[in-house]
Design a protein around this ligand. Structure first.
Ligand SMILES: Cc1cc2nc3c(=O)[nH]c(=O)nc-3n(C[C@H](O)[C@H](O)[C@H](O)COP(=O)(O)OP(=O)(O)OC[C@H]3O[C@@H](n4cnc5c(N)ncnc54)[C@H](O)[C@@H]3O)c2cc1C
Length: 754
């Protein structure tokens, strides 16, 4: 008999079992998917920086490197994004063939099945490079390597299924897609009404037990050209052919799209992006039970399988695309702001332009830092569900900010579409990445903290599992241990958070010899402890109701996200050899992140329903209110300079983008940028002398003949860059001729009448 367990804990246990809201199977499976990593350290309130810095940075093998410099570059050289989007509305046939032949669809499939067996980081690097050339090609390559038949078969398929399908997926014999979303079920995908009824039927001439499927899916990427559809549906067994249960739950199966009853091929046009995407239908399609991924045993386990696969996939595809987009925008916008002159000086020198330019450059630094850190975790075999949610949301959301800024800085140059516009399509494509793989509002408000609080919290999941244990005595025993450890943790954390907040983080932990970024570590340690304290108090006072308090949950999620992203920034700076010249980007990210954290704390404290607890927390962690002011003008100016001049810092910020090497609008911009910056002094003297004519300048001794040539070459290169496209009217509209004739006719009729 233990007084603590059998009296105190028992009372709390019984009360908590009564008041805790019940959790559906799909909620539980989503919560339990994947694992935790650095997010769990942050949640302790006392992250171990030595552990973070000791994580090996993600690297490529020689084979992966060769693939990036070989087939990936070759593929990029084949892509003309304007023609793909405007003329063909598809990738040309030779690109489809190349993608299949070079096994781009089999990057994550192990070599034993004929795939490339690449690491998550290599997969990410490939997507990143292709994204800097063509979104359509990137999405086409990304999808079969993300959530879909390949990933699901590798993780859950039977040996027979793996041997049959994986080699065909790896070499492009099969084009896969994955159908989860239906008209009724978007974000709430588990509410789908697509069904599979277990019954007897004839398949390839024999009578077998199988599933009769009826479905309507939409928005399915690669769907219109897919030969193998991974389908999610709800399985029922009304005649008890496989067991006593009737409603089996969400199940995933492989559907060859040439089976009778499958309708596939129609296309959507998502935000004018032309990757293959469309609806599909199934009417009484019959498949044998061994087409269920994982076989009969996995009937009803589809949701768990999907959530597990999503836990890794979300951390790679869209973050890689976003990292590419942000780096691409940083490189091109910096160059454009440097070569484009208005009011007699490069527009990049105006403070009004420096501000968004600094935002672009620093955000590019941050997204790529977080991508690399997440890939390092994935390479180590983690499937961090909360982190991949953070990555999906923040990489795409921040890409949106970056592209908006880039568009504004380019002015009309980026608004006018045509082959010379290198930004417009990226701008149009951003809403797609915001919407897919868990729409951003839902991910921010419901998932990051909703899942993080349970998964990454040191004790909560153990407590919840104990409360739900069908063996009450065992549950009480586990609960007793977890609960009291939780109490000690909370009290320790209360004093830690209080002390660190009142001392402004001055004594909070930081790695030794962290140099100029020591205080940033200290502040993150301070905020982590304040976060852990506030999260505990919110959970204590709101319990299960916190799930419905989406605005509060979103603010907690934002703080957790900032803590992760800023950790990644410090890790990147460390891994890249603490480059002094990159420091402004680190300072910008930190100051901006701290401002967000301060603001979110203030908003939480102003809105926490239990006012006594809120006031107590405010006194402890934010007695003077939100204090973060954001980056200083000096830091903003220094950040903008990172992309306004050619430098190693600029190259480090925007490495290995595909567009910059050959003859296209981006290559011309890069050339003009290099010529203009090399001739800076010549331009300056010409401006000071109020001269445009080089002959006159030579005569007056302002420049030499060699410098005149330099000036002219740079000037001509700039003229080519600032060009935009125009079209013959009939090239834009087939109606143009008819309308023109109608106007002429109307005019002559009105003249005749008048
Ligand atoms: C181009 C494209 C490609 C796609 N590819 C695929 C694919 O290959 N396979 C596939 O299965 N699906 C695919 N999808 C579907 C995609 O996953 C869904 O669009 C997404 O899940 C959102 O569903 P919805 O569009 O119906 O929006 P809705 O679910 O109607 O949501 C509308 C808005 O409400 C918000 N919302 C919903 N619930 C909540 C909540 N509880 N709290 C706060 N906000 C909430 C959402 O965040 C969103 O902003 C694709 C979609 C697009 C547009």
């Amino acid at each position: 008999m233990s007084f603590r367990r059998d009296v105190i804990s028992k009372l709390i246990f019984s009360w908590a079992r009564r008041v805790l809201p019940s959790m559906s199977d799909t909620e539980r499976e989503a919560l339990e998917a994947g694992d935790v990593w650095w997010d769990a350290d942050l949640f302790t309130g006392n992250p171990d920086w030595a552990k973070l810095l000791a994580t090996a940075p993600a690297t490529l093998t020689a084979e992966e490197e060769a693939f990036l410099n070989g087939p990936v570059d070759e593929l990029c050289a084949m892509l003309d994004d304007w023609k793909i989007n405007w003329t063909w509305r598809d990738l040309p046939p030779e690109v489809w063939t190349f993608i299949k032949q070079k096994k781009f669809f089999g990057m994550i499939i192990p070599t034993e099945y004929g795939g490339l067996g690449f690491s998550p980081y290599a997969h990410s690097e490939v997507v990143r490079k292709i994204s800097s050339r063509s979104l359509t090609a990137a999405v086409t390559v990304m999808v079969p390597n993300s959530l879909g038949p390949g990933e699901l078969l590798m993780r859950f398929g039977t040996r027979d299924q793996q041997q049959k399908w994986l080699p065909r997926l790896a070499d492009g014999h099969e084009i896969p897609c994955f159908g989860l979303t239906s008209p009724e079920a978007g974000s709430d995908a588990a509410s789908m009404v697509d069904t599979g009824i277990i019954c007897k039927g004839t398949f390839e001439g024999s009578e077998v037990t199988g599933l009769r499927l009826n479905w309507h899916k939409r928005y399915i990427t690669l769907g219109p050209v897919a030969t193998l559809l991974g389908l999610a549906f709800k399985a029922y067994d009304p005649d008890h052919l496989v067991g006593s249960q009737e409603d089996l739950g969400i199940t995933v199966a492989l559907i060859p799209t040439d089976l009778p009853g499958v309708s596939i091929g129609r296309r959507h046009l998502p935000a004018m992006q032309v990757f293959q995407n469309g609806p599909n239908w199934g009417k009484d399609v019959f498949i044998p039970l061994d087409y269920v991924i994982g076989g009969k045993e996995r009937l009803g386990q589809g949701w768990k399988m999907l959530m597990t696969a999503l836990a890794a996939g979300r951390g790679i595809s869209l973050p890689s695309l976003s990292a590419a987009g942000a780096a691409f925008a940083a490189r091109t916008t910096g160059a454009y702001a440097r070569v484009r002159e208005q009011f007699g000086i490069p527009i990049g020198k105006f403070e009004g332009i420096e501000e968004p330019l600094a935002r672009i450059a620093s955000t590019a630094y941050l997204i790529d830092a977080a991508r690399r850190l997440t890939c390092a975790a994935l390479n180590e075999g983690h499937h961090p569900a909360v982190i991949s949610g953070i990555m999906k949301l923040h990489a795409t959301e921040r890409l949106r900010t970056v592209i908006d800024d880039a568009m504004d800085i380019h002015g009309g140059k980026a608004v006018i579409d045509g082959p010379q516009n290198y930004l417009g399509n990226l701008y149009r494509g951003v809403p797609v990445s915001i919407t897919v793989e868990g729409a951003n509002i839902l991910t921010r408000n419901l998932i990051i903290f909703g899942q993080g609080a349970v998964r990454a919290h040191p004790y909560l999941l153990r407590e919840m599992n104990a409360l739900g244990d069908t063996d009450k005595a065992r549950g009480l025993d586990t609960f007793d241990k977890a609960f009291w450890a939780h109490v000690v943790h909370s009290i320790t954390n209360l004093f830690r958070a209080w002390g660190r907040s009142w001392s402004w983080g001055a004594f909070a932990p930081a790695p030794e010899d962290a140099g100029p970024v020591t205080d940033f570590y200290r502040q993150l340690s301070r905020y982590a402890s304040a976060f852990a304290l506030c999260a505990d108090m919110a959970l204590l006072t709101l319990g299960g109701k916190l799930k419905r308090k989406e605005m509060l949950s979103a603010r907690f999620g934002d703080i957790l996200s900032e803590l992760y992203l800023l950790s990644a920034v410090l890790k990147r700076w460390h891994d890249e050899g603490r480059q002094e010249i990159d420091l402004p980007a680190v300072q910008w990210c930190m100051a901006t992140g701290f401002r967000t954290i301060e603001q979110r704390f203030a908003d939480i404290l102003a809105n926490l329903p239990n006012r006594v607890v809120a006031i107590m927390l405010k006194i402890m962690i934010q007695p003077m209110g939100a204090r973060g002011r954001g980056p200083s003008d000096k830091v903003v100016h220094a950040c903008a300079q990172l992309v306004l001049e050619p430098s190693v810092a600029r190259d480090r910020l925007t490495p290995d983008l595909s567009q910059v090497d050959d003859d296209n609008s981006v290559a011309r911009l890069e050339k003009a940028f290099l010529l203009v910056t090399a001739a800076e002094d010549v331009f300056r003297r010409m401006r000071a002398a109020h001269l445009h004519d080089t002959d006159a300048a030579i005569k007056q001794g302002v420049i030499t003949p060699v410098e005149a040539e330099q000036y002219k070459a740079a000037h001509e290169a700039v003229l080519r860059v600032i060009e935009v496209d125009d079209f013959a009217p009939e090239a834009l509209s087939p109606l143009k001729k008819a309308i023109g004739m109608q106007i002429v006719q109307e005019r002559s009729e009105s003249r005749a009448a008048g």
